[in-house]
Ligand binder design. Structure first.
Ligand code: NDP
Length: 391
């Protein structure tokens, strides 16, 4: 039987890798909704190639272009945030959540309400609203499968295991292009240098987040929210080769590691084929050729994002929403060359400090309205802090 699937963020790096896998098995999948942002040409091409029911751009001002590109086809065209959420309500068996940023939260929640399978690449939604996502999945009987390579690795290492026997979880980080850089050099790191990731080919935003370790900071929080481990059970290990994605340590001292080539089609394919395994078009590791695997402790002084993630987990409540929103604004400012590389962490830390003194925010109840309000306010505060810095 054909499986009905939708991809949110289809034009991005994860979305394109998902379509690559689906395109290799055309008889198995029926594509329902594809969504994108400004890359209208790619969205229209994929909607036609995969015979999608509906193509949605997040931006109203892209509607006319998308409509024109799909004129004469059977593909329904829509635009805007509400249209994306409506597309997430179209009945499917499997949804890929691969929009970048907190914008992925509303369609992710809508997809969960179908009570089917959500493949979750959009880590920002778990960091922003983990308890809300988990409660929604439970309420509607939906399954969430991790697509981040580290979390897919942990998920796989836990198959058949008793979670109570887990002592610790170790997620690895490549260390990015600035692994050995001293603080003085980091302060002057440029956008081009931050985009030069040694191992992974990813979207622009997550590539910069990898260089600053904000990506790993988000993943530490994601590990807590996804698996329910305590913050002191979650460790980060720098591993420049990016071949060991995560390790799970058990109470008998055993460490179960997951290895694979740095190719997101591993984790996407695992989620697509779950609960079975099926062949994937990824490189097989030749460890004799690799020869050596290196591991180092992360440096939380040069990469303060990791320390901030621990503080966010200790605060709990809406601190994750503030952390993610402030990080998104700081990242925008770095991309726009308004602030320096190290200023990103400072802006996030200052936003967290400022908002922790605003009563009722961090401990507000977890519902979409409160999360949206906190996310919005954190963006305003972070932008204010950036404009004060630049005066
Ligand atoms: P990309 O930047 O490559 O793609 C992002 C996608 O989201 C594009 O389809 C983009 O549209 C769309 N988009 C951007 N802004 C909005 C918005 N406001 N509303 C709706 N759609 C929007 O990102 P990645 O594919 O790299 O990452 C996607 C998610 O997966 C992120 O959460 C990331 O952290 C996570 N992830 C990515 C990994 C990777 O290897 N790339 C690994 C693990 C997790 P358009 O391009 O048309 O404007």
């Amino acid at each position: 039987m054909m499986r009905r699937i939708s991809i949110f963020g289809a034009t991005g790096s994860i979305g394109q890798n998902t379509l690559d896998l689906i395109g290799r098995r055309p008889d198995e999948f029926q594509v329902v909704a594809l969504t994108g942002g400004r890359n209208v040409a790619q969205l229209a091409k994929d909607a036609l190639d995969f015979n999608a029911e509906i193509a949605v751009t997040a931006h109203e001002d892209c509607y006319a272009d998308l409509k024109q590109a799909l004129a004469g086809s059977t593909v329904t065209v829509a635009a805007g945030e509400d249209a994306i959420v409506a597309a997430a309500r179209r009945p499917v068996d499997w949804t890929m959540s691969a929009i970048v940023g907190a914008a992925g939260l509303p369609p992710g929640l809508a997809a969960l309400e179908q009570g089917k399978v959500l493949a979750l690449a959009n880590k920002e939604s778990l960091v922003t609203a983990g308890p809300l996502i988990n409660a929604t999945a439970k309420r509607y009987g939906a399954t969430i499968l991790p697509v981040d390579s580290e979390h897919s690795a942990v998920f796989q290492a836990l198959i058949g295991e008793d979670k109570r026997a887990v002592e610790r979880v170790i997620i690895t980080a490549s260390g990015g292009p600035f692994r050995d850089w001293p603080v003085s050099k980091l302060a002057k790191a440029t956008l081009e240098q931050a985009l030069n990731h040694p191992n992974w080919v990813m979207g622009q935003r997550i590539t910069i987040d990898s260089a600053s370790m904000f990506n790993k900071a988000l993943e530490v929080i994601e590990t807590k929210e996804f698996f329910g481990f305590q913050p002191d059970q979650i460790e980060v290990l720098v591993h420049p080769e990016s071949l060991v994605h995560a390790l799970v340590g058990f109470n008998d001292g055993a460490l179960m590691a997951h290895l694979g080539a740095p190719d997101m089609r591993h984790a996407i394919g695992f989620a697509l084929n779950w609960p079975e395994r099926a062949p994937l078009p990824v490189d097989r590791l030749d460890l004799a050729r690799v020869g050596q695997l290196r591991f180092e402790a992360p440096d939380e002084v040069r990469f303060p994002a990791l320390r901030l993630a621990r503080e966010v987990m200790a605060s709990g409540g809406m601190a994750g929403a503030v952390f993610n929103a402030a990080k998104e604004i700081a990242l925008d400012a770095f991309i726009a060359r308004q602030i320096g590389f190290l200023d990103m962490a400072q802006v996030v830390e200052d936003t967290l400090t400022k908002m922790s003194s605003e009563p009722g925010l961090i401990d507000a109840a977890f519902n979409l309205d409160n999360v949206t309000q906190t996310d919005h306010l954190a963006r305003v505060r972070a932008a204010e802090l950036i404009s004060v810095r630049n005066q």
